[in-house]
Design a protein around this ligand. Structure first.
Ligand code: FAD
Length: 404
């Protein structure tokens, strides 16, 4: 279609409202359709980090304060082994020119702030709209059908509907589904006497049997996470039937041999649950006709990379720029894929390597523990930090033109 003017954005998580705001800047009228009620998207993961590259992408459309007004700076990571040995301190991305570093915030604060900012800009979000089907119309647009029996029509449909995306399957019925990473994911909040930590840092421990991470919020509360390794997914029924007390016992057992604050923190934690952790490495088809996918719907990064939200923001701004600068939907979608595919797949692979280092057996662990101090020392050197500049120093601006 030439010069699309309207868009249905499916999904009101991170990618959805940010895409809608970016499209508005590019002159398109976008409405967000979210399956859940107001509390959508808050169930998985209690908090997250937004990296400097993601904050920079949000800044391109003046939406960075949805992150920087909340949470707290977490600009470095201190790694230790399960024996208590300090391995290295590495930056969690380099600071932006104004000193802003990677931040950690409650997921609910981020979703709430992004949705509120979109609403303030006049973007409508319709809740309780679960997309079930969509098809191109003879006029070149697209008609969406929702589970409540309603329909909506626009020039474009953008699937920002997360890792279990319906739009992905509508675009390509053979599209792959999420891949289990071999790890669970859990975490929560605790108040623990006597736990010390470096302000503004994550402390990450390669425990003997389970990876552990924590940071201390400015109010003294400990925000922690863990990645219990497991060769196969925990069945859905077991996830539902396991009590908070059972999860706590399991995690305490996994950390009992480590010389780290893990057991004290887990013992004192508010109730928590364990989830299976997934990623989505390669989705061969991102767009068809007037439909395209962005964010986790197209490429989910393992949580350990701390990049999923940032990738969603980069996608959103890039897609809007392509639609702003190129004459047809087809040209814009093709340019978008050219600009994004290599980068996001590299980030997913990077996240996958991070997951792999957390799930080794006894022999792998012995090798890892021998090699880690050397690797970590190298990682802390300035030249090694440059080797991650492809990840953190990527900048998504608004003004530079996109060429076909
Ligand atoms: C435990 C955990 C920890 C994580 N930690 C981090 C971190 O520290 N840093 C980081 O950057 N990322 C992290 N991530 C990844 C991050 O959460 C995702 O990359 C990010 O949420 C992707 O945003 P999205 O908008 O694409 O998808 P989502 O945030 O999943 O939003 C998708 C939305 O679409 C809606 N939806 C789904 N289906 C439909 C439908 N059919 N119709 C209408 N609406 C629909 C959903 O309700 C949801 O609101 C973590 C993920 C997990 C699971």
């Amino acid at each position: 279609m030439n010069n699309p003017r309207t868009a249905l954005v499916i999904g009101g998580g991170i990618a959805g409202p940010v895409t809608a705001m970016a499209l508005q800047r590019a002159g398109l009228d976008a409405t967000v359709h979210e399956a859940q009620d107001e509390s959508a998207g808050l169930a998985h993961g209690v908090y997250l980090t937004v990296a400097v590259n993601g904050i920079a992408a949000l800044r391109a459309i003046d939406a960075h304060r949805t992150v920087t007004d909340h949470g707290f700076p977490t600009g470095k990571i201190e790694f230790a082994s399960g024996t208590g040995r300090h391995l290295a301190t590495v930056p969690n991305g380099m600071a932006l020119p104004d000193g802003t570093v990677t931040r950690t915030l409650l997921r609910s604060d981020l979703y709430g702030a992004i949705t509120a900012e979109a609403t303030r800009r006049g973007i409508r979000t319709e809740h309780g709209k679960r997309l079930v089907d969509a098809a191109p119309t003879p006029s070149g647009g697209v008609l969406a059908r929702f589970a409540d029996g309603t329909t909506a029509e626009a020039d474009l449909l953008i699937g920002a509907d997360g890792i279990h995306s319906r739009v992905r399957r509508l675009i390509d019925p053979n599209a792959p589904g999420p891949r289990y990473t071999g790890l669970g994911n859990t975490g929560g909040f605790a108040r623990v006497e006597g736990i010390t930590g470096t302000p503004g840092a994550y402390h990450m421990v390669f425990g003997k049997r389970c990876f552990f991470g924590y940071t201390i919020a400015p109010d003294g509360q400990v925000w922690w996470f863990g990645n219990p390794p497991r060769p196969t997914e925990i069945p859905r029924e077991q996830l539902a039937a396991t009590t908070a007390g059972q999860w706590r016992t399991m995690m305490l057992d996994l950390y009992r041999d480590d010389n780290s604050p893990a057991t004290a923190i887990v013992a004192a934690s508010e109730p928590f649950k364990v989830f299976n952790q997934y990623d989505l490495p390669t989705v061969p088809v991102w767009h068809r006709g007037p439909m395209i996918i962005v964010g986790d719907a197209a490429h989910a990064v393992a949580p350990s990379s701390g990049q999923g939200a940032s990738m969603a923001a980069e996608d959103a701004v890039t897609l809007a720029k392509c639609l702003r600068d190129l004459p047809t939907t087809e040209a814009a979608f093709t340019a978008y894929e050219r600009l994004r595919r290599e980068r996001v797949q590299r980030v997913v692979a990077h996240g996958s390597r991070g997951s792999g280092s957390k799930q080794v057996g006894p022999i792998g662990r012995a090798i890892r523990d021998a090699v880690l101090p050397v690797v970590m020392k190298r990682m802390a050197r300035p030249d090694a930090l440059n080797s991650l500049s492809w990840l953190f120093d990527h900048r998504t601006d608004w003004d530079s033109p996109v060429r076909a």
